[in-house]
Design a protein around this ligand. Structure first.
Ligand SMILES: Nc1nc2c(ncn2[C@@H]2O[C@H](COP(=O)(O)OP(=O)(O)OP(=O)(O)O)[C@@H](O)[C@H]2O)c(=O)[nH]1
Ligand SMILES: [Mg+2]
Length: 232
């Protein structure tokens, strides 16, 4: 059977992001991807109506959480396809979307837009106390020290703005339900000696709506995941 051509699929992840969609959707370089669809966690703020109006296919989750959203997205793809995950809440730069592609031509397995490397901009960079950035850097250090066997230091192990092929995702099978899905993917990638690439990104402020990732409970979940991976 002839091999199917690899597709680059842009996946929009939303839970009540109508403000972000209104502000950002028109900036998405649709011509740079082969397909686009949304995975929605149960929006009630007009997000679903927005998708309908713009003829965007929506996959609706049965249970909430970004982890579930990643897994459901994979069901829509072929093995060789690459899924670029984009959260249209204002934080992520649409100009980066085409940048992921060239890494997969060079056989990278996971590609992360980093808010922590040279030439990056983190949302907190203009603040004196960069609590979230410092905490994230601690998680980065832990993951690299504990699990990196080869390859470069991973500077943004938890960022959601990333791409992965279905084949690689199914190989590492991340099982997190919520916001730890990305950290788990990175750790499992390091454990499996996958080729992980990063490029610098500019993180902007959230546009509207609200964040569901509350810092302390989310941080505790990251710690739990780290120790689970350390002992498994
Ligand atoms: N499909 C889906 N998307 C979700 C779910 N929870 C959050 N999201 C989306 O994931 C993205 C990131 O979530 P946020 O809650 O903003 O988390 P965050 O980016 O760490 O927090 P901020 O920095 O405040 O924006 C947003 O686009 C959300 O709409 C979910 O259960 N399902
Ligand atoms: Mg966000």
């Amino acid at each position: 059977m002839p091999k199917q051509k690899r597709k680059f699929i842009l996946v929009l992840l939303t839970l009540n992001e109508i403000d972000g969609l209104n502000a950002i959707f028109h900036k998405i370089p649709l011509k740079e991807v082969d397909e686009i669809f949304a995975v929605d966690g149960g929006s009630t703020d007009g997000t679903l109506e927005f998708y309908k109006e713009h003829k965007i296919k929506v996959v609706k989750q049965k249970s909430r959480g970004r982890g579930e959203a990643f897994r459901i997205a994979m069901k829509e793809a072929n093995d060789d396809d690459v899924l670029i995950f984009f959260s249209p809440d204002g934080n992520e730069d649409t100009k980066d979307i085409p940048k992921f592609k060239k890494y997969f031509e060079k056989d990278y397995d996971i590609v992360i837009a980093s808010r922590m490397m040279k030439k990056s901009h983190n949302e907190e960079d203009d603040q004196t106390f960069k609590w979230r950035k410092w905490a994230n850097n601690a998680f980065n250090l832990m993951a690299n020290v504990a699990f990196r066997k080869k390859g470069p230091y991973i500077t943004d192990s938890i960022n959601g703005y990333r791409a992965i092929s279905k084949k690689v995702f199914e190989k590492i099978k991340p099982s997190s339900d919520g916001y730890t899905i990305e950290y788990e993917m990175t750790i499992k990638g390091l454990k499996n000696r996958l080729k992980i690439g990063e490029f610098p990104t500019h993180e902007y402020e959230r546009v509207g709506g609200e964040s569901y990732a509350k810092s302390i409970p989310t941080g505790i979940k990251f710690l739990k995941l780290f120790f689970k991976e350390l002992t498994s």
